[in-house]
Design a protein around this ligand. Structure first.
Ligand SMILES: [Zn+2]
Length: 73
């Protein structure tokens, strides 16, 4: 148990420190929630990227509260 945990942690840290990340798009999730009384919507978009070299995952989140669809949606 102990060696397994140590091994994983070391590999993860070493890879991340040396890597010049090269991100590739993984997926995009979009959600809209509408307030029934006001008609104001809450827009949310999450883009996931992963590094082709070390498999590090990066998240980019957009959030806007408005009646109209934002540009990034
Ligand atoms: Zn990387």
């Amino acid at each position: 148990m102990k060696t397994e945990r140590l091994g994983k942690g070391q590999r993860f840290r070493r890879g991340h420190r040396r890597c010049f990340h090269r991100y590739e798009h993984l997926e995009t999730k979009k959600q809209v929630f509408e307030d029934e009384e006001s008609g104001i919507k809450s827009w949310r978009r999450v883009d996931l990227f992963y590094c082709q070299r070390c498999l590090w995952i990066k998240e980019r989140v957009f959030k806007t509260i408005s009646q109209n669809e934002p540009d990034w949606y």
